[in-house]
Write a protein that binds this ligand. Sequence first.
Ligand SMILES: [Zn+2]
Ligand SMILES: [Zn+2]
Length: 391
Amino acid sequence: MRKEQVEELVNKVKEEVVQWRRYFHQYPELSFHEEKTAQRIADILSTFEGLIISRPLPNSVVADLEGRGEKRVAIRADIDALPIQEENEFDFASKNPGVMHACGHDGHIAVLLGTAKVLSQLRKELKGNVRFIFQPAEEMPPGGAKELVERGVLQGVDFVIGEHLWTPLPVGKVGIVYGPMMASADMFTIKIIGKGGHAALPHYTVDPIAISAEVVTNLQHIVSREIDPLEPIVVTIGRISGGTTDNVIPNVVEMAGTVRLFNPGIREEISSVMERIIKGITTAHRASYEFNFKPGYAPVINNKGVVKVVEEAVKELFGEEAIVRIKPVMGGEDFSAYLERVPGTFFFVGAGNEEKGIVHPHHHPRFNIDEKALEIAVKIFVYTTFKLLSQ
Ligand SMILES: [Zn+2]
Ligand SMILES: [Zn+2]
């Protein structure tokens, strides 16, 4: 497959891709409620030739394109929006109050539709098969990826690729990472149970506030004193509450937080390390505790061989200067549910543009993308698919 051929075909669909993005932008749906979005995706896919469409969940769509060969590449788009009131004033702003495509998943849908349209036109030249996965609920754990994987969407899949339109990166740039790219995102709650009483008679109480302060401080010792300094890790307490007034020691303090890291070995042990510290401190001070650790998304760990194929595709399409070796990010992404089973890679497609005022971060009520990024992403998906299938 020559890149000129890819460019020519993508140029023919790029206007339509923009229109799709704007349509989905107007009708965002929250995680686990993407029924209308999925239906519209299925309707559009049904106008392309050679696709076998299935609906493993009512809010998902999977489409298979059969070429000539054994290998199969899966390409994934997430399709959910966020509970945010949009503040953009363009004419395709959200028509659903309080719901907004503020992460760019509207663009992901449009990009994958464009990719499916182009590849369906090229199916006789494909040396293998392609599966297009439109996945619900990336924004809300336990996420939609895990459920789709359990329903078999990776059966017969040899490689999986996915992209995120990324406004911190200028349009025209593509961010890649060899190896760990996005962190795991586990959550926890801690309850410190003391014995309340009069603030002026602390010796008759077991003060959960003073003990909680110790717990918060000592949990940071995990990061600074128990983990290899070369292993990135975040332990954050994001919520703490206890007490009602100045002259009362409460019975209980509650906290909640998140742990972010990349190393699966450390991830396996982190909850028992945390519990050892919480138990030690509460025991020392005559209190008791409840500790609840809830695993979230696994870390996104890219397969180096597949990253290399994407890098080559981007360089051939857009030149060496388009590639940016970015640093891993501590944010989570349920694309990891696919990468845990099949070699593949996630990558960032630059979508920011300072000159056009497209500068707002993801999840901001004025979030927007430079739509030029859409055709760039389609080209990368199409060209990378050909490369992976001809390996
Ligand atoms: Zn997001
Ligand atoms: Zn996102």
